[in-house]
Design a protein around this ligand. Structure first.
Ligand code: B4P
Length: 194
């Protein structure tokens, strides 16, 4: 299995680049944000609880997202690899992901960490908020709270993978295609396409 993590603050282009990466590398896309939003759309108990936190820009509890990822791995046993998008977002989630993958005799091959300035993040998310109706993109206060959560709880997750020399830092500003080329170049150093 070939497993990638797409890492970065909210609005750094994870969802956008994931679409292109899964098409090129034939990976199964696992976005915890998308799974949570589909639970919200279904109005499930989990979705309603998650919405309260997401609307404030806070992270959903670790056990909830770890359970979702565990289910997704179990339901996709034939996948040739996974692209984790927006997960792990805490050190607890990173340690659990290692264990889940080790149980499948697999591991993370590469973490693609996208760097984007805070000014650009806020600009992109406010723009998406105008069109998407996503309540967590609707105002600058919530967007700043999400970026705050990233600095407080998520950024340090990179150290976990830096110790294993698995991180490639990617400049995340520029056109979507330019950024995709940078990602593909970093991937080509660890993965040879057949
Ligand atoms: P996510 O769904 O992961 O949302 P995100 O970080 O905002 O999105 P992303 O980074 O994918 O957006 P993109 O840049 O593609 O999480 C939402 C919430 O769910 C979290 O706040 C949290 O509450 C909860 N959650 C999710 N996972 C969790 C976990 N593991 N643990 C706990 N809680 C969790 O898109 C942004 C905009 O930028 C788009 O409009 C796009 O078109 C634009 N854009 C992208 N690239 C661009 C470029 N190069 N130039 C200009 N614009 C660009």
């Amino acid at each position: 299995m070939f497993n990638l993590i797409l890492f970065g603050p909210p609005g750094s282009g994870k969802g956008t680049q994931s679409e292109k990466l899964i098409a090129k590398y034939h990976l199964k896309h696992l976005s915890t944000g998308d799974i949570l939003r589909s639970e919200i759309a279904k109005k499930s108990k989990l979705g309603l609880e998650a919405k309260k936190l997401m609307d404030k820009g806070e992270l959903v509890p670790d056990e909830v997202v770890i359970g979702m990822i565990n289910d997704a791995l179990e339901n996709n046993k034939s996948a040739k690899g996974f692209l984790f998008d927006g997960f792990p977002r805490t050190e607890v989630q990173a340690a659990e992901l290692d264990k889940l993958l080790a149980g499948k005799k697999s591991s993370i091959a590469l973490v693609l960490a996208m760097n984007v300035s805070e000014k650009e993040l806020i600009k992109r998310l406010l723009k998406r908020g105008e069109a998407s109706g996503r309540s967590d993109d609707a105002n600058e206060e919530v967007i700043k709270a999400r970026i705050g959560e990233y600095h407080k709880k998520t950024q340090s997750v990179l150290k976990h993978y830096q110790k294993e020399k698995k991180v490639a830092e990617i400049e995340g500003e520029g056109s979507i295609d330019e950024i995709f080329q940078r990602l593909a170049k970093a991937i080509s150093k660890v993965y040879k396409e057949k």
